[in-house]
Design a protein around this ligand. Structure first.
Ligand SMILES: Nc1ncnc2c1ncn2[C@@H]1O[C@H](COP(=O)(O)OP(=O)(O)OP(=O)(O)O)[C@@H](O)[C@H]1O
Ligand SMILES: C[C@H](N)[C@H](N)CCCCCC(=O)O
Ligand SMILES: [Mg+2]
Length: 236
C-alpha cells in the first residue's frame, strides 16, 4: 500500500510520524520526500534531514535522488526556492520526477509531502494536484494489469496539536475528501508541549474527524521514530 503523508502545517510532525510508521511496518518498506526545501550542501549534493530520516527507516536500498529528487537549499516555500534557481514546479513535472516503481512494489511505502495539503507551485497548481495525478495514474495502471485491484494511494493526515489546529484539521480533511482522495487515518501529534486542554482538543477532533484514528503522540523529550511508534498503529 502507498500512502501520502500530509499535515495541518509545516512542522506538524509529518516526518516524525512517517518515520514512526515506517519503523512499525513489516516487509519491504520505503519512504519518499519528493520535494525538500531546507537542504544542506554536501560533497555529494544537497541533502535533507527529512529524506535522511525516512531512509534510515527504509529497508529498500534506493539512491538518495530517488527518495528526494527535488531539493532546494533555503528553508522556504519550494516554489519560491525553485524560482531562485530558475526552476519551475508543475503538478505533472513533479509527478514525473518523483514516480518510481518501488512505490508500488513495496509492501509499505509512503510519500511525505511538504508543508500542508495545498502547498502551492506558484502556477495555480498545488502538490495536492500531483497526488491526484498519481491516484489517476495508479488507477489506470491497475485497470490494465489487474482490474479487480483497488486504487492504491491514500492519505495520512498529521494534525500538529497546538492552538488553532482544530480549524486547520477540519479544513484539511474537507479539502482532501473534496479532492477525491481517501484518508486512511489521522494522527494527533503534540508539537506544542504546553498546549492547554489537550484532552478536550483531542476529544473534539475525535468527534469531527471522519477517518480512522491512528494514535496520539505526546510531546516527546526525544522525538525519534522508535519513541513515536509506540503511540501509533498502522492504517488498515
Ligand atoms: N510529538 C513531538 N514531540 C516532540 N517534538 C516533536 C514532536 N513532533 C514533532 N516534533 C519536532 O518538531 C519539529 C517538526 O517536526 P517534523 O519535522 O516531523 O514536521 P514536518 O511536518 O515534517 O515539517 P516539514 O514541513 O518541514 O516537513 C521537529 O524538530 C520534530 O522533532
Ligand atoms: C522549509 C519547511 N520546513 C518546509 N520544508 C517547507 C514549508 C513550505 C510551506 C509553504 C506554505 O504553505 O506557506
Ligand atoms: Mg518533514
Amino acid at each position: 500500500m502507498l500512502y501520502f503523508v500530509t499535515g495541518t502545517d509545516t512542522d506538524s510532525g509529518k516526518t516524525l510520524v512517517s518515520a514512526a510508521l515506517l519503523s512499525k511496518a513489516q516487509g519491504h518498506k520505503c519512504g519518499f520526500k519528493p520535494i525538500a526545501s531546507g537542504c544542506i550542501s554536501t560533497d555529494v549534493g544537497l541533502r535533507n534531514s527529512d529524506a535522511l530520516m525516512l531512509i534510515a527507516q527504509s529497508n529498500i536500498d534506493l539512491p538518495y535522488q530517488v527518495v528526494n529528487p527535488i531539493s532546494f537549499e533555503p528553508a522556504i516555500a519550494p516554489h519560491i526556492a525553485a524560482k531562485l534557481v530558475n526552476r519551475t514546479l508543475t503538478a505533472q513535472s513533479v509527478l514525473d520526477t518523483m514516480y518510481n516503481p518501488a512505490m508500488l512494489e513495496a509492501d509499505f511505502a509512503l510519500i511525505e509531502g511538504a508543508g500542508g495539503w495545498r502547498l502551492p507551485f506558484g502556477n495555480g497548481e498545488y502538490l495536492s494536484d500531483t497526488v491526484k495525478l498519481l491516484q489517476t495514474k495508479l488507477q489506470q495502471a491497475q485497470q490494465i494489469q489487474n482490474p479487480k485491484k483497488k486504487p492504491k494511494i491514500e492519505v495520512i493526515l498529521v494534525v500538529g496539536m497546538k492552538l488553532g489546529c482544530l480549524n486547520h484539521a477540519l479544513l484539511t480533511q474537507e479539502v482532501i475528501l473534496a479532492d477525491g482522495l481517501t484518508i486512511a487515518g489521522w494522527v494527533a501529534n503534540q508539537v506544542d508541549a504546553e498546549m492547554a486542554f489537550i484532552d478536550d482538543n483531542l476529544n473534539s477532533l475525535q468527534q469531527m474527524m471522519q477517518a480512522p484514528f491512528l494514535g496520539y503522540v505526546p510531546h516527546l523529550t526525544a522525538a525519534t521514530a522508535e519513541n513515536a511508534a509506540v503511540y501509533l498503529q498502522l492504517p488498515q
